[in-house]
Design a protein around this ligand. Structure first.
Ligand SMILES: [Zn+2]
Length: 406
């Protein structure tokens, strides 16, 4: 028996998907939805190219677009999990390879997995280790089979294969694992980057095979490469998109190219990514470029930029960043109207003093402010997308900001 779904839109509870789905289309849509793997990403609203959605993970839903603070070694520097929760941080990213060296996967596994070990009960992404290829002190060499690193702690050489990377990320219990990729330095020539693209694709296929033997609830994202070359970026986007992956990341960006080049690379790749896949710009943390990337359809971001800048005394405000050391006699908050703990309780002068005399409280107060700034900006962006006024929001935000200084 067939239903005329154009006359009688059907509502069912999607399998595993917890969501009530209304089918306004035809019978094919209905049947597809019954038998296909439910998407882990739901698109909720669009405003121009900007999107608002929900990523479903083992540790809850994360509303996109979102920015993830970086906790490379299982800690977001200077921050307690409770402080992150209070800022509505629902996802962070750790580095699986670094954690496999110290304290070691066995220790974290015995401690109940990464969430319990670091007492962070929300979504955790793990990077595969590919980014460490850029580290001159860590990289020994790489070929099609594997990457060899020098352990920065012991000096011992370690081999990382796509299979081992998946095994490590599974051992940690991450909600979202990343495929191992070959990240070339910015400025390498075409042939070199073409080789890195080819290797990244082959490694993604090996990661998919390796993942079949692990936890099916863990999501796996693929990573595209291609430097600043149009044909390579397009080829990589098409290839990673057609693989059976839960999301697509844009890698090898925010590593020295200009903001315009990064946005251009995204513009080349985004048209080739399915709309129902979450899109993750790896390593992007400057507020103005994040807004540009959201505007053309990126959903997820991570970077040490806000936290590192905070520790160095560069604090974000709606009128552009300030060097706190220039405000030793300013007794107002870092930013007037900011609702963060630091701005509600302390002055610019005090934070400048603490950072100058290297009191660790200064690092904490500065980090709290910059992370709050990022969270608030992204929350406001989500609201603007839902109200279909993102373009106006972006223009007004960027007019106030002084992007040259960022
Ligand atoms: Zn503040």
């Amino acid at each position: 028996m067939f239903f005329d779904t154009t006359k009688y839109p059907l509502g069912i509870l999607g399998p595993k998907n917890h969501n009530f789905v209304i089918f306004e289309g035809n019978v094919t849509n209905y049947i597809n939805c019954l038998f296909l793997k439910p998407s882990m990403f739901e698109l909720k609203a669009e405003s121009g190219g900007a999107r608002c959605g929900v990523l479903h993970t083992k540790h809850g839903k994360v509303e996109s677009p979102f920015y993830m603070p970086v906790g490379t070694k299982a800690a977001v520097k200077n921050m307690l999990p409770e402080e992150l929760y209070r800022m509505n941080v629902n996802a962070i990213i750790c580095n699986a390879f670094i954690l496999s060296l110290r304290p070691g996967i066995d220790i974290i596994k015995q401690g109940g997995g990464i969430h319990k070990y670091m007492n962070f009960d929300r979504c955790i992404f793990t990077d595969s280790g590919g980014f460490q290829v850029l580290s001159k002190t860590m990289l020994v060499d790489l070929n099609d089979r594997a990457i060899r690193f020098r352990d920065p702690f012991s000096g011992v050489k370690q081999t990382l294969t796509p299979e081992k990377s998946i095994q490590i990320q599974h051992g940690l219990g991450a909600d979202v694992a990343m495929c191992l990729d070959d990240v070339p330095h910015y400025g390498r020539d075409y042939d070199y980057i073409a080789g890195a693209v080819k290797r990244t694709h082959a490694w993604a296929e090996r990661c998919i095979v390796a993942k079949k033997y692990t936890d099916e609830k863990q999501l796996l994202f693929g990573i595209t490469q291609g430097g600043t070359f149009k044909d390579l970026r397009e080829k990589s986007a098409k290839k990673i998109n057609e693989m059976k992956l839960d999301g697509v990341a844009f890698g090898g960006l925010a590593i020295g190219e200009s903001k315009e080049q990064a946005v251009q690379a995204l513009n080349w790749q985004l048209p080739h990514i399915d709309k129902d896949k979450p899109r993750y710009f790896m390593g992007l943390g400057s507020p103005d470029t994040i807004l540009e990337a959201i505007d053309i359809g990126c959903d997820i971001f991570d970077s040490v930029y806000p936290t590192k800048n905070a520790r160095r005394g560069t604090l974000f405000t709606g009128n552009g960043p300030i060097k706190i050391s220039s405000f030793k006699r300013d007794y107002g908050p870092i930013e007037e109207g900011c609702e963060c703990y630091t701005c509600k309780n302390f002055s610019r002068s005090y934070v400048a003093h603490l950072l100058f005399v290297k009191e660790t409280l200064g690092l904490r107060l500065a980090t709290i402010h910059n992370l709050h700034f990022m969270q608030k900006m992204i929350e406001d962006a989500r609201t603007a997308i839902k109200n279909n006024e993102f373009s106006t929001f972006k223009q007004e935000f960027l007019k106030r900001l002084k992007p040259k200084a960022l």
